[in-house]
Design a protein around this ligand. Structure first.
Ligand code: KG4
Ligand code: ZN
Length: 335
């Protein structure tokens, strides 16, 4: 079974081909980072137009990489949400055209579930129940995959997503977009204990996250230092900020694993590429006897193979969608 997956929900035009649910045959990504960097963030209109130009060449490249033709595919999967409406529309229109032209079934894919299901491409069948921390540019949530394709949300951010906080603070520090990888790099030379930034909701008894207070605390501290004529060590700020985010993510995730008696954790989404989060989570999981499934970085950040994997699961379960399938920019993980 070969499924081609298309991802255009944000600023990556990506196409993947997955064979029999678990094997990546192709995974090509055209990043638009350079296009958006001058604006310090993703410009929806620019993203949509770039997807339009890049989609067909990326489909061609994926087919060449996999050594197959469109007629070899069994279905076309595409992210229908969540994401930027105009960006999603380009991928969905492209997928529908392919499905119609090659007489293939269409599979609508939830981007957030696909981030979780990407783990099956490296670790095989996920075998529920599995706990998943999904941390990306637009979302932070803690979910349980209770059965194949059945998700229950334990908690989510009540304000900023983890990646959003990384990007905003990076911008404030004068780093380039996207800021997450920049902070990760800078923090390696910094002291994570230099600043005692707040850990919001750490002991509130929920699995929710809140990052806006941390963001404000960083901004206020830098303004205070500036007013006092003290030049802050940016590496220390980055390391302390990162430490505060990661502390809450790791603590709450491990608490959820214990409360729900789940012994497997998928770390998913672009922020799962963060080296401190991966390292700390690995140590905490080992101590707690939880098996950590953290896919390699190209499968954590947005990619087409995760969409193909998620679509393959739906196809294997007998599901397909109508050619009229709509985009849903606000689609939730557990909908
Ligand atoms: O999942 P993703 O590729 O796109 C969305 O679905 O949003 O996530 C992108 C986010 C961005 O906010 C980016 O700054 C963040 O993931 N990110 C990181 C790292 N690599 C990417 N954040 C922290 N550390 C990283 N190494
Ligand atoms: Zn994503």
């Amino acid at each position: 079974m070969l499924v081609l997956g298309i991802e255009t929900s944000c600023d990556e035009t990506a196409v993947g081909i997955v064979e029999d649910r678990f094997t990546v045959r192709a995974n090509v990504v055209a990043s638009q980072v350079d296009l958006h960097a001058p604006y310090g963030g993703v410009v929806p209109e620019v993203a949509a137009r770039a997807h339009l130009e890049l989609l067909q060449p990326m489909i061609d490249r994926a087919l060449v990489e996999a050594g197959c033709n469109l007629s070899d595919m069994d279905a076309v999967a595409v992210t229908t949400g969540p994401g930027l409406a105009g960006a999603l529309l380009v991928g969905v229109a492209g997928a529908k055209a392919l499905a119609l032209a090659a007489d293939l079934p269409l599979l609508a894919v939830n981007h957030l579930r696909a981030h979780v299901e990407a783990a099956q491409l490296e670790f095989g069948e996920l075998e529920p129940p599995v706990l998943a921390l999904v941390v990306s540019g637009g979302h932070s949530s803690l979910v349980v995959m209770e059965a194949d394709g059945v998700f229950r949300e334990l908690g989510a951010t009540i304000d900023d997503a983890a990646g959003e906080a990384f990007d905003k603070i990076a911008r404030f520090l004068g780093l380039t977009y996207p800021g997450g990888p920049e902070i990760d790099r800078l923090a390696r030379d910094g002291d994570p204990a230099a600043f005692a930034f707040p850990r919001a909701l750490l002991h509130d008894g929920t699995y929710n996250f809140s990052l806006s207070g941390l963001k404000t605390a960083v901004v206020r501290e830098l303004r205070r230092l500036e007013a006092a004529g003290i030049e802050p060590v940016l590496a220390d700020v980055a390391a302390s900020f990162q430490e505060a985010i990661v502390d809450v993510q790791v603590t709450k995730t491990l608490r959820a694993a214990a409360d729900e008696s789940i012994g497997k954790l998928v770390l998913a989404g672009g922020v799962a590429a963060n080296s401190r989060l991966r390292g700390w989570m690995a140590d905490a999981c080992e101590e707690a006897g939880v098996r950590l499934l953290a896919p390699s970085i190209p499968l954590c950040t947005d990619n087409g193979a995760m969409v193909a994997a998620s679509g393959s699961n739906r196809l294997a379960a007998g599901a397909t969608d109508e050619l009229g399938a709509a985009v849903d920019p606000a689609l939730r993980l557990a909908s």
